[in-house]
Design a binder for this molecule. Sequence first.
Ligand code: ATP
Ligand code: MG
Length: 436
Amino acid sequence: MLYRLKDAGYQAFLVGGSVRDLLLGIRPKDFDVATDALPEEVRRLFRNCRLIGRRFRLAHVHYGDEIIEVATFRAAAAPPEVDDEDHREIDDARVHDDSGRILRDNVYGSIEGDVWRRDFTCNALYYNIADFSVWDYVDGAADVHARVMRLIGDPETRYREDPVRMLRAARFAAKLGFTMHPETRAPMDELASLLGGVPAARLFDESTKLFLGGHGLASLESLIDFGLLAHLLPDTADELARDPSGPAAKLLRLGLAGTDARVASDRGVTPTFLFAVLLFGPIQRLALAKIANGTPESHAWSDATDEVLSTQVRRVAIPKRFTLPLRELLVLQPRFERRDGRRSLALLQHPRFRAAYDFMLLRAEAGMIPAEVATWWTEIQTVPAEERHERLAQLAQVAPAEGGEPGDTPDGAGRPRRRRRRRRPGGGGGSDAPSA
Ligand code: ATP
Ligand code: MG
């Protein structure tokens, strides 16, 4: 790939995280390439290439399921005086908004300019394919060895240009265990609120990198430490502030640690489960408040989920394909605790059972529900279908309190009663009927 660029007469450098990670002895997550070839020229060279991005135009070269990101050198802050070739449209010039945010950065240049618009010194090392040398204009190698995150240039200006750099700082600090250079850390407190002006779709992408990249728990701690969490996940930050070591905080940390473990062992992770973990605290708080005000349990959970999600998605654009299953997963939760009729076994057949069950295990681990409930649901899955009703019946005899009234349970003949369960007025619980 690099050689094809070189052989076509272009400069080709490996840059960014891959060079940094190789210096640190970590396996790079992906490879970024910098070149003096224009995006169109890259596309002409590689059949398997797509041009993406408007704010920042890039070529994506596909190799199987791997993507190599090829960026054309950008000019340094001041656009070069003569840079008006026909194919560089006026539209492509670098555009700022009032807060200094760069809206578009497509003014092409040379490597000497390119280096200054990279974010951190550790990300600005160039590995030249032509002679295997590392080009280091900003003492990046020294910072990598000292394990320091340092922004290139004036930190305040650089955060204003792109506030997402604050989140990137938190992410790299978490992933690499680097410390922040004091001057790189200092402007954050004042500038964190600029994250409010970043498009919600970009914040979704960045959130998945923060939390699903294998260092989610450490990312959370960095975000808290840097005062950024409240600008990304305000309700979550609020919940943690109210009860820093309560069950919701525990669930959040256990959930992120579990996600990290899955990433480490190459098991799949989904934004659905992630955001359920991130938002469960605030959703539960709201649902319980609604129940206390007389809303039936089932409505309380779905309403609380909808309310918390609708505020959250305005800031972080979680796509519907994740929020819809998230809602289902959470709304099923009360059914695990209510093992008292044929509906409880139907839960096993629910298309969201697996995710809902995993989430229930997490709640048990966080001490939100009895461990015995988790064990029961784990075991029932190993029991042949014919015996499951018997299990329900046994449960009713052993622990009548949980299933409601003793007389209100399966009759012990291996079949649940068919009659509908009635609740005492004001009993709340799982009744779908509207309550007073
Ligand atoms: P990762 O290990 O997550 O891939 P990375 O450092 O490679 O980390 P990328 O998002 O892949 O990060 O970006 C590649 C490189 O592009 C970065 O190392 C950095 O030099 C530059 N870069 C990316 N985003 C920005 C930004 N917002 N501002 C300045 N430079 C950036
Ligand atoms: Mg990268």
